[in-house]
Design a protein around this ligand. Structure first.
Ligand code: 0RA
Length: 648
């Protein structure tokens, strides 16, 4: 580093050296602190700063946060909290703000009283943002004065100074420009930031969060403000569904120092949509809070059923967890002081006391609610009973697939050309559109580790079907049997998956896009763990073959095609002997070409499907595949460019 750190220069003691070392570590291994240096990490910087403002809001000192994306992709975050402390730290001999911004994890050190709930995935501290910014500036209004400091790549460049008076106002303004030496992607995506900020506004009732884009041609501004908190979250998630009851069930409570907020509403669909959060972090892998909620829900509804007239007809009737969650949209958010995160992606809550607290609370609250709202109580019971009956009918269909799914190769679907290796970690399954492409894929593949399953025509839209119908669909049963993992919450087992790469290979046209969407919807709904584990991929077949004599290239988009035409001496006039072939479907490629361009691990590109923002994915599937026509039409109009190749 060219510049020495001010802190280190003025204190040649161990603590000073520590300061220098601390932030250098962040610049050396940024991935350790923000996950990645691609778009994800870039957006993480904003979340980190905003989380600090939200902490101020949760402590009750701030109600407005404003985020701006500037023309040069630098970011400003303004809040009206107390302002980062500016007084001297008694032993570190540095102002609080300088400690907070130049020492790793300094956040709560000089403020033990503060009730910090953000943490886990984020919560690495604003110093990390400073370290990874080519320029960072902070303005603090506090104690009647406006203070200022700036930094370059984490090093103090202007010591704390007073700019002028601030009157009664207080708050923190942070401006930073992500370092181009660190990040491989420097463009912010408005929608990515907007969905997280919208989510934060739902999760932090009453906090007004705005997002402004100042970039040329992209000017836009939105304010997210949810007076009803999670109630509005559930309303948002149910936008394109038909609710079974108007009122959204809602509770907000503090139990033994654990903040619990819940909102739920049933709709006439068959899916379960449930999001859980701990300290504003989406707990994708669930955990004790979710377990507590689910077990209370099942138990309360079964008790309610026992009291209702329906039970008199069938005394033995027991509703399962899946039954009581059919058509349920629910969001659960807890605020925990010392969360323990577990699981593969550290998004599973481990604290056992939270399970008890949530369970006890939901048991009391929901029982009382259903008691006092008999109409809603009956609707919930009827819905769950219908689900139970359908599930019974589905059991027979499922038994059929289960028998076949025994790892006995003889029982695998006849259409499947399986691979010879049996270690799932090494095996790939190609789901191929059409019999003719399926034929080429079978001939072109490496049969050691690549299996081919040709799909005929369109698969069932699972978004509009109940489980019994889904399981009676031939195409879907074949896929389930081939994969071997089973489906649904109760039957799915990741360990049973016979392939760790499931690659969707469809034509690059409207039908292909539709089939891909249908398949993704199916996986998203019935086997989300496959997506979460990174097992689902999309093949990228080339769009063009550019050739002259024996020399040939495959292009995946127009600009690449032009590049190859030029390389082969072709001109813009097109009057050359460079041949361009446009592939309309996979079937136009011979087995060897298909292998070379799309299936050979050494040369192919495959896209891993992820659920970056589950709520957004849910909303997209819902809008595109759900029952309500109007939101779909509105969505398509608003996103005409994006969905132009989608046939809905
Ligand atoms: C430490 C202590 C206090 C506030 C903050 C940090 C704080 C940090 C950020 C970052 C962005 N906005 C922020 N607002 C506040 C509490 C100070 C006190 O006790 O008055």
């Amino acid at each position: 580093m060219a510049k020495t750190n001010d802190a280190a220069e003025s204190h040649y003691d161990a603590s000073g050296i520590q300061v220098l070392k601390g932030l250098e570590a962040v610049r050396k291994r940024p991935g350790m602190y923000i996950g990645s240096t691609s778009a994800r990490g870039l957006h993480h910087l904003v979340y980190e700063v905003v989380d600090n403002s939200i902490d101020e809001a949760l402590a009750g000192f701030c109600d407005t946060v404003a985020v701006t994306i500037h023309a040069d992709n630098s970011i400003t975050v303004v809040d009206n909290g107390r302002g980062i402390p500016v007084d001297m730290h008694p032993t570190e001999k540095l102002p609080g703000v300088e400690l907070a911004l130049t020492v790793l994890h300094a956040g709560g050190k000089f403020d033990k009283e503060s009730y910090k709930v953000s943490g886990g995935l984020h919560g690495v501290g604003v110093s990390v943002v400073n370290a990874l910014s080519e320029s960072f500036k902070v303005w603090i209004k506090r104690d009647g004065k406006e203070h200022y400091m700036d930094f370059v790549r984490g090093d103090t460049t202007t010591k704390l100074k007073v700019l002028g008076k601030a009157g009664k106002e207080s708050g923190t303004t942070i401006w930073f420009k992500p370092d181009h030496e660190i990040f491989t992607e420097l463009q912010y995506d408005y929608n990515t930031l907007a969905s997280r900020l919208r989510e934060l506004s739902f999760l932090n009732k009453g906090v007004r969060i705005s997002l402004k884009d100042e970039r040329e041609g992209m000017e836009k501004e939105e304010t997210f403000h949810a007076k009803g908190g999670l109630k509005e979250f559930v309303q948002f998630l149910n936008t394109s569904r038909r609710a079974l009851h108007n009122e959204i069930l809602y509770a907000d409570a503090d139990k033994d120092g654990i903040g619990i907020e819940i909102a739920l509403q049933y709709n006439d669909g068959y899916n379960e949509t449930m999001f859980s959060f701990v300290n504003n972090i989406n707990t994708h892998e669930g955990g004790t809070h979710l377990t507590g909620f689910k077990s209370a829900l099942t138990s309360v509804i079964n008790k309610h059923l026992d009291k209702s007239s329906a039970a008199k007809k069938d005394k033995e009737l027991r509703l399962s967890g899946d039954d009581v969650r059919e058509g349920l949209t629910a969001v659960l958010s807890v605020k925990v002081k010392e969360p323990q995160f577990e699981g593969q992606t550290k998004t599973k809550l481990g604290n056992s006391e939270v399970e008890t607290a949530v369970k006890t609370f939901v048991n009391e609250w929901l029982a009382e609610y259903l008691e006092e709202h008999p109409r809603v109580g009956n609707i919930v019971i009827d819905k769950a009973l219908a689900a139970a009956r359908a599930r019974e009918a589905a059991r027979k269909a499922r038994d059929l697939t289960r028998k076949k799914s025994a790892l006995d190769v003889g029982n695998l679907p006849g259409k499947l050309a399986d691979c010879s290796l049996s270690d799932p970690a090494l095996c790939e399954l190609y789901l191929v559109e059409g019999d003719s492409a399926g034929g080429s894929a079978k001939q072109g593949r490496d049969r050691m580790f690549q299996a081919i399953l040709p799909l005929r025509g369109k698969i069932l839209n699972v978004e509009r079907a109940r489980i019994d119908k889904i399981l009676s669909n031939e195409e879907i049963r074949t896929i389930i049997t081939a994969i071997g993992s089973g489906i649904g919450e109760e039957d799915f087992s990741l360990e049973q998956a016979r392939y760790h790469k499931i690659i969707i290979m469809t034509d690059a046209d409207v039908d292909g896009a539709h089939i891909r969407t249908l398949l993704l919807t199916f996986f998203f709904r019935q086997m989300p763990q496959l997506i979460e584990s990174g097992f689902i991929y999309i093949a990228q077949p080339p769009l063009y073959r550019v050739a002259k004599g024996k020399e040939e290239y495959y292009a995946f988009d127009e600009s690449q095609r032009e590049e190859f035409v030029t390389r082969l001496g072709g001109g813009a006039d097109g009057k050359t002997n460079v041949g361009i072939q446009r592939y309309k479907g996979l079937g136009e490629m011979n087995p060897e070409q298909l292998w070379k361009t799309t299936m050979d691990p050494a040369t192919r590109t495959i896209l891993k499907v992820g659920i970056d923002d589950a709520a957004q994915a849910h909303q997209l599937f819902e809008t595109l595949m759900g029952d309500e026509v109007e939101p779909r039409r509105a969505f398509i109009e608003a996103n005409a460019k994006f969905v132009s190749n989608l046939d809905i």
